[in-house]
Write a protein that binds this ligand. Sequence first.
Ligand SMILES: [Zn+2]
Length: 349
Amino acid sequence: MKALTIVPGKPNSAAVQEVPEPPASDGSVLVRALELGICGTDFELISADYGWAPPGSEYLILGHESLGRVEEAPEGSGFQKGDLIVGIVRRPDPVPCIACAVGEWDMCRNGKYTERGIKERNGFGSEFWRIEPQFAVCLDSNLRDVGVLMEPSTIVAKAWDHITRIGERANWKPRCVLITGAGPIGLLAALMGKQRGLEVHVLDIVKEGPKPQLVSELGGTYHTCQVTDLNFAPDVIIECSGVTSVIAGAMSKTGNDGILCFAGVSRHHATETLDIGSINRAMVLGNAVIFGTVNANRRHYEMAEQALRKADRNWLKRLISRKEPLSNWKEALQRRPNDIKAVIQFAAD
Ligand SMILES: [Zn+2]
């Protein structure tokens, strides 16, 4: 079968090559790939900033934003041939740590977890893949067109889950959320903010293209100014850009009882001058919380599926800028100015 692979540690080694069928040890459910979403992590993997091949293998099959159709599933697995399926990315560490021991592998304490398509496990970027039933979720068949957005939605579902848990440390009635960065994560965060009944503001550098309209169609307000120039105090800020100047602005914008969630990943050595004294004063005197979030556990996959089911399907569809067939994989891996999410199509259905 064909698979999209990289050689971890070797920049620009991405290739489509013939690889053996997925081994039974990957799981009892055999899946025919439909689509694969491409995200910033994949670009980091391709440029060799990140990524580990499975033990004993020279290459890593890329891909963690999956959508497939069940080809074979054992009785009692909860899956049937024809089901729409999405694979969970992370596997608990073998120790396991106290987080992994209770299924919260997204909070792994010792870093010995593995990840499909990222860390020591082949990803979902092959014509067929296998998975353990307990690490897969079945999707509503109506989500065929947008199901590839599940994995990024789980990241956002986890961010909102933790924001809510932090907020509920005291009597908390958030009114307004600011999202910085209008990529797929930012737009999905805006969607889930709306679904929570909040006033939604999204800030991005881009003035044209689909982003401003997508935000206004949600009923949100789109801003292209500096964070520090915004004239309102958000209860929650979700930082999705990873841009250091935006992060610095967001850190100065946390209001009383404010929560700032870092969901975007910056580059190393991207320095910014900060007034730590003022940040400390604002945080202490305002009970502010700044926290980071990554990955998602099974509960977040379930939350994400609910969010996608509730959302306007046509709006969601427009987050997928283009679907390229596997033969066009090189185009799929090119970043284009108006792209929100590029997807590689493995099979039509
Ligand atoms: Zn762990």
